[in-house]
Design a protein around this ligand. Structure first.
Ligand code: UDX
Ligand code: UDX
Length: 463
């Protein structure tokens, strides 16, 4: 089966970049990305590439090359579903906020809604591909919805194959990850559908890197890959506290441990805890599934990974208050970086949100700087607790040195590269004395900071 027309439902951090790459490497395929959000589509279609809804290094060049040629963004969901031979579901799958499994289970309402749209509008044979990270057995839900319509409208001649093809890209390196992935995973039962998807990936990826499994193994593998990655971060973060207490250096410990090939050197940077849209949501879901199957020890084990993540952020706030003579009331604190990691404008589950809110609650006034996150986004992130008037206690700074002006302390939360080379003498001259630098990412040069008459605390740096 040769695919000529692809539709992707969900023009987000996953749908946008992954479809852009298919369009780049498969010029014979028309790729249509659709979304229920008209504003998001307008941003994808904006002539000014700096207005794209997501910031990803290298993405703008691909959009410029392919947009309106074989890559299209629209709200025309019905028509693009009708035209498609293959449909990717890439909608968001948040944690349920209420009802059974609230706070842990995944809310499948958007996946279900997308499946219903597909069942209504698809024509002929359509391959439906799950791209979103989903609980095990979601493919069955999608199949059940699609099968129900096929049975009802036998005269329509509609048929469907469902595949699982989880996306492993990390934000900030999405284009690199998509162009050169460690593996591509395809789960399914229909060989013809699997081969059609393998054929697409083989346009730029070695076929040896494409692994095929059954549907459930594919769905579970994605969840577990995220859980293992998050677990490494919680592990190294517990050791950062131990280093601070004993006088060891986390960077050296991580390097020495990671040089063992069986452990590996990646993903061992201690910091303010993991953020992003996936890790917390996916581990919560793993805990929920394990409890559901009566595997309580398994559930408790993974719950600890989440607990350590929260604890790391709580202990940072306590530490900041303690170092600043036990009170930050009426003191000004600079926040450097608001995105959950460098090279993205995404703030979902960013440690900066928790830390900022807590510092404000303790009475501090914040000056916030981030090279890619907008003032409006920070407003949305901090106004959840509007009744506490958090918004009145912070301002957004457009330029990096403004943020230090008359500040008592500065907290580095995101590892943006521009934070590595700052003029510490200039900073020291504009901060209030005694001034504190709190580096939660181990990115600033300790010696230079100390030489500039500033106090410094760095994660995992024992004295
Ligand atoms: C999301 C999930 O968080 C992740 O688990 C999954 O692997 C992929 O989808 P992301 O792309 O980062 O990741 O989400 P987001 O940027 O929120 O994009 C989802 C898009 O789907 C939004 O633009 C939303 O408007 C759209 N959407 C949602 C639809 O088009 N239809 C719907 O019914 C629901
Ligand atoms: C993650 C997975 O890496 C990716 O495979 C999956 O598809 C989606 O979830 P993402 O959340 O975009 O990707 O970024 P990632 O680089 O994994 O970082 C997640 C969080 O962990 C960030 O807050 C990051 O700062 C933190 N992190 C990462 C550390 O604190 N230390 C590290 O060594 C690595």
């Amino acid at each position: 089966m040769r695919i000529k027309n692809i539709c992707c439902i969900g023009a987000g951090y996953v749908g946008g970049p992954s479809m852009a790459i298919i369009a780049k490497y498969c010029p014979d395929i028309q790729v249509n990305v659709v979304d229920i959000n008209p504003q998001r589509i307008a941003q994808w279609n904006d002539k000014l590439l700096s207005n794209l809804p997501i910031y990803e290094p290298g993405l703008d060049k691909i959009i410029q090359k392919c947009r309106n040629k074989n890559l299209h963004f629209s709200n025309n969901i019905k028509q693009q579903i009708e035209n498609a031979d293959m449909i990717f579901i890439s909608v968001n799958t948040p944690t349920k906020l209420k009802g059974i499994g609230a706070g842990q289970a995944i809310d499948l309402r958007y996946v279900e809604a997308s499946s219903r749209e597909i069942s209504k509008y698809a024509k002929g044979h359509t391959i439906v591909v799950e791209k979103s990270t989903l609980p095990v057995k979601t493919a069955q839900t999608i199949k059940d919805i699609l099968d129900a319509t096929t049975k009802k409208n036998i005269s329509d001649n509609k048929t469907f194959s469902v595949l699982s093809n989880p996306e492993f890209l990390a934000e900030g390196t999405a284009i690199k990850d998509l162009e050169n992935p460690d593996r591509v995973l395809i789960g399914g039962e229909d060989r013809i559908a699997i081969d059609a998807l393998v054929e697409i990936y083989s346009k730029w990826i070695d076929k040896n890197k494409v692994m095929t499994t059954d549907l459930w193994s594919s769905e579970l593998s994605k969840l577990i890959a995220n859980a293992f990655l998050a677990q490494r971060i919680s592990s190294i973060n517990t050791i950062s506290a131990l280093c601070e207490a004993t006088g060891a250096q986390i960077k050296d410990v991580a390097l020495a441990v990671g040089m063992d090939k069986r452990i590996g050197r990646y993903f061992l940077n201690s910091g303010p805890g993991f953020g992003g849209s996936c890790f917390k949501k996916d581990i919560s879901n793993l805990v929920y599934i394990s409890n559901h199957y009566g595997l309580f020890e398994v559930a408790n084990y993974w719950q600890k990974v989440l607990d350590i993540n929260s604890w790391q952020q709580e202990r940072f706030v306590e530490l900041i208050v303690k170092k600043m003579f036990g009170t930050i009331s009426s003191k000004t604190i600079a926040i450097l970086g608001f995105s959950f990691k460098a090279n993205t404008n995404d703030t979902r589950e960013s440690p900066a949100i928790y830390i900022s809110k807590k510092l404000i609650e303790e009475g501090a006034f914040l000056k916030i700087y981030d090279p890619k996150v907008t003032n409006q986004q920070i407003e949305l992130d901090l106004q959840v607790d509007n009744q506490k008037n958090l918004n009145k206690n912070w301002i957004f700074c457009e330029s990096i040195y403004d943020v230090f002006e008359k500040a008592d302390a500065a907290v580095f939360i995101t590892e943006w590269q521009e934070f590595e080379h700052l003029d510490w003498l200039k900073i020291s001259n504009i901060m209030i004395k005694p001034s504190w630098i709190f580096d939660t990412r181990s990115i600033v040069n300790i010696e230079k900071v100390k030489e500039s008459n500033l106090n410094i605390w760095q994660v995992g740096y024992g004295y």
